[in-house]
Design a protein around this ligand. Structure first.
Ligand code: KG4
Ligand code: ZN
Length: 343
């Protein structure tokens, strides 16, 4: 086993350039993030080529800032972690090329991290981390997954979305309401002013057994609700509330079902949508009522960040895993293909 102390981590899988330094003993020393939201807003979504080019511009200055803030010299870094997939291939390759070059120059190992493993392990950064085994509800812009997590690298998918991810459903319905990209957080803000029950949208697959999700029907339901009406502020807020309630109800019902099916009493909720306040409040009540406990990353580590990549990278480097010199990234990468890490 490697006596590894400190890792530098890069995240560049989509539209956030992020860098962090994690010390095995002292914890997170520094972390920085640059969001490309302003760059992509005019296009209503992420433009992959623009994302890659901006990562190239941002990552090196961010690394300098993080090293400065942590008062760490490159010689004091013992490993480099980076997101190797899944994500936008060009964006991933900018981080992979930089991480592997730095590791080569510094004479330390590098490790390509699975982005979703980063999300799953983000709550380990908190003072009261979740115990294993647990059920994880991973809800992001690209994924909606229920996973049985028996340890680091020990993942069994219990259910997934058949179509749109929960975050995607937030973003797409937000677009229909005229909200700028990325719509999820703004739809949530709008929903706070809406009336519960003014619109009741479908909660797909709740009436059937199983842990699958389907969110693509929400767009059509919202389109029908808006048809022929003037888009007043009150109407938009009511529709937003209806959408948020439908997504949150569905996520909670399936998460509770997963706890029941696995006979586990610990739920971890991570990924961008776990930043949603309504989801957090309602889940706390629902899970608490069953004598179970729910854990989250802090809000800033719910959405994409490099601290979570550092956690996963540190665990894997310590277990002796590392990359070859080849620069590689994977747009698709099954979570279950990861090697278990003994802890
Ligand atoms: O994990 P993440 O930062 O990126 C991916 O790996 O996809 O998740 C981003 C997603 C977006 O769809 C965004 O709209 C959604 O998370 N999101 C939210 C909230 N904050 C972020 N959705 C609902 N309510 C929020 N507060
Ligand atoms: Zn993510």
């Amino acid at each position: 086993m490697l006596s590894l102390m400190r890792v530098l981590a890069l995240e560049s899988s989509c539209d956030e350039s992020a860098v962090a330094i994690l010390d095995e003993e002292a914890g997170l020393l520094a972390h920085e993030l640059f969001s490309q939201v302003d760059l992509h807003r005019a296009y209503g979504g992420v433009v992959p080529e623009l994302a890659s080019r901006d990562h190239v511009r941002r990552l090196l200055p961010l690394i300098r800032t993080v090293l400065d803030k942590a008062s760490i010299a490159p010689a004091e870094i013992q490993g480099v972690a980076y997101t190797a997939g899944p994500g936008l291939i060009g964006a991933l390759l900018t981080g992979a090329a930089l991480a592997r070059s730095l590791a080569f120059a510094w004479g330390v190992p590098s490790i390509g991290v699975h982005h979703l493993e980063g999300h799953l392990l983000a709550p380990l950064l908190e003072p009261d981390p979740p115990p294993f085994p647990h059920v994880a509800l991973l809800v992001s812009g690209g994924h909606t997954l229920l996973i049985e997590v028996s340890g680091i690298g020990r993942y069994r998918t219990l259910g997934a979305s058949r179509d749109d991810a929960a975050g995607e459903a937030f973003d797409k319905t937000a677009k229909l309401l005229g909200l700028p990209y990325p719509g999820g957080p703004q739809l949530a803000e709008l929903a706070a002013h809406g009336r519960a029950g003014a619109f009741t949208f479908p909660r797909p697959m709740l009436d059937r057994p199983g842990l699958e999700f389907s969110f693509s029907g929400l767009k059509t339901a919202v389109l029908h609700a808006l048809a022929g009406r003037t888009l007043s502020a009150a109407l938009r807020a009511d529709v937003a509330r209806g959408v948020e309630d439908a997504i949150v109800d569905t996520l909670i019902a399936k998460a509770l079902r997963a706890l029941e099916d696995t006979d586990l009493a610990v739920l971890v909720v991570s990924g961008g949508v776990s930043a949603n306040r309504t989801l957090r409040t309602r889940l706390a009540a629902a899970v608490g009522a069953r004598g179970a406990r729910v854990y989250y990353p802090r809000i800033e580590f719910s959405t994409d960040n490099a601290a979570m990549i550092a956690v996963a990278g540190l665990a894997r480097l310590k277990a002796g895993e590392h990359d070859t010199l080849a620069i590689a990234a994977r747009a698709q990468w099954p979570l279950e293909s990861l090697a278990p890490v003994s802890t």
